[in-house]
Design a protein around this ligand. Structure first.
Ligand SMILES: C[S@@+](CC[C@H](N)C(=O)[O-])C[C@H]1O[C@@H](n2cnc3c(N)ncnc32)[C@H](O)[C@@H]1O
Length: 483
């Protein structure tokens, strides 16, 4: 185990942000916190970024269907289950995404429950669960026919593709027409087949569009006709609908295993424990779960980095029928991580008082918040809502951490993947601040696994503050017996 050096973070400021007393105070407090946690931080040579991130799933059957780039990898979940000897009970992921924890834990024959708010995440998990329940021979033949006969080509029924303000012009006109005819042709199929066909369509939207999910943005090809300034790019050849859709259907069929010789059902090869998905916000669902019912929580919340899932997945949300109004409400319900999020009414729930107090009393967090408030008042932030974003993130996470502690069995683990961030030149040790808040919520930090190569700043901040490595970590907290 390599221990991390105690150098602490550097300040990176520019002419707009002079090194103020407030900034120096943060660095001193941060060093103190780092000193307290120094024995817990361990740089893990094995945990490369590639092993942890979605990269490792790219070629993996079933996980490769939909490129959910914010996902972590199956290999990481396998590694964590082994390393922390999680072999029984029920595991929970309150930010389930595309369901990596759910399916990977289930493959170890452990029951797993997930919570997810974003309709595309929910759709991926439901579709995969349906496919793994088994398809009849007739259903497989139907899919094969779709690949060979391409019924959308001569479908007389055309269903208008719903658009959101931010998705207009996303596809070449012939692709848009092919999508609409596909939606029309699907109407002749059973409900189960429609679900699979729709899923395959969702899986290829990025590929056949003028967009690319890139870092924090949905970037637009210059041919889309959208004015996006520097975010416009040349995507090169945009995949044609017929081939992309046929290939995706083929991949789905190939990845869904046959049971030996029995063509009646596509059945999973191993015996399966159960998966349960709860749709909605974990801030609303967690308080309804029974105390002491989970043996471990393995999760990765959104990072505090302005990444907007509702924009990145706008094409998929539009196809799923999310309206303009629903999109706004979804954005607000998500864990605060964009400058648009407004404060949530956390104080309305009395049981969270202790979590809010833990955040109120965390000295580094409070120093950061007051520094950011001052920077905003001095008009030195590139967006005046950054203090609100950082405040919302930590206060909501505090409530979620308290709930995680409540629903865990004694000695149960919370395992959380997250990144540190930087705002206005100030590094924010999300790992240590959240670990300290977790302590106040009854969770002891066992170890913080640090990925060997940290990450730089977000693209907006690179120009101003240069690149200094920020820790990307996996936190391991354990519920205190006494709590
Ligand atoms: C980093 S991703 C998790 C990816 C997941 N580990 C995987 O491998 O697929 C974070 C997820 O949290 C979800 N999320 C954000 N706010 C939420 C909330 N309030 N309740 C439930 N899920 C939420 C996002 O939609 C996103 O899918």
């Amino acid at each position: 185990m390599t221990q991390i050096s105690l150098l602490g973070h550097e300040l990176r400021v520019n002419d707009k942000s002079p090194v103020t007393e407030g900034a120096r105070r943060i660095i001193d407090l941060d060093k103190g916190l780092l000193h307290r946690y120094r024995d817990k931080l361990s740089v893990e040579g094995d945990l490369t970024r590639q092993l942890v991130s979605f990269q490792a799933n790219r070629e993996r059957p079933r996980y490769r269907w939909f490129k959910y780039k914010e996902a972590f990898s199956v290999s990481l979940v396998d590694y964590l289950l082994r390393r922390f000897s999680i072999t029984s009970g029920v595991v929970l992921d309150p930010f389930a995404g595309m369901g990596t924890t759910l399916f990977a834990v289930r493959d170890h024959n452990i029951e797993c429950h997930g919570i997810e708010l974003l309709p595309i995440g929910i759709e991926i998990i439901e579709s995969r669960s349906l496919l793994e329940q088994g398809l009849t021979v007739q259903e497989i033949d139907t899919l094969e026919e779709w690949i060979v006969r391409r019924p959308w080509k001569n479908s007389h029924v055309r269903v208008c593709l719903a658009e959101l303000r931010i998705t207009g012009g996303a596809y070449p006109s012939e692709t848009k027409e092919a999508i609409e005819r596909t939606l029309g042709a699907m109407q002749a199929e059973s409900e189960r087949m429609r679900k699979v066909l729709m899923f395959a369509l969702l899986c290829i939207l990025e590929k056949i569009s003028y967009t690319r999910k890139d870092g924090q943005y949905l970037r637009w090809d210059y041919r889309s006709g959208r004015r996006q300034g520097t975010r416009q790019f040349d995507k090169g050849v945009v995949a044609g609908f017929d081939e992309a859709y046929g290939r995706k259907l083929r991949e789905i069929i190939d990845d869904t295993a046959y049971t030996g010789g029995n063509r009646d059902l596509f059945l999973p090869t191993e015996s399966r424990s159960c998966i349960q998905l709860m749709s909605g916000s974990c801030l609303e669902i967690l308080p309804k779960l029974t105390a002491g019912s989970y043996s471990a929580i393995i999760t990765s919340p959104p990072y505090c980095n302005r990444y907007d899932y509702t924009r990145t997945y706008a094409l998929e949300l539009a196809l799923l029928g999310v309206s303009e109004q629903e999109l706004l409400s979804l954005r607000q319900q998500m864990l605060t991580c964009t400058v648009e999020n407004k404060p949530k009414a956390l104080m309305d729930y009395p049981a969270w008082e202790c979590a809010l107090r833990a955040a109120d009393q965390q000295p580094v967090l409070q120093a950061i918040l007051s520094y950011l408030d001052t920077e905003r008042d001095q008009k030195r932030l590139n967006n005046a809502c950054i203090p609100r974003l950082v405040r919302g993130y930590f206060y909501e996470m505090s409530c979620i951490i308290l709930e995680c502690a409540r629903v865990l069995t004694n000695n149960g683990f919370v395992i959380m993947v997250n990144d540190n961030v930087r705002y206005a030149g100030i590094p924010i040790s999300v790992d240590l601040i959240l670990s300290d808040i977790a302590q106040a919520c009854g969770l002891t930090t066992e170890i913080i696994l640090v990925l060997p190569n940290g990450k730089g700043n977000s693209s907006q901040q690179m120009g101003e503050h240069g690149r200094e490595s920020l820790r990307k970590c996996v936190y391991i907290w354990r519920k205190n017996n006494a709590y």
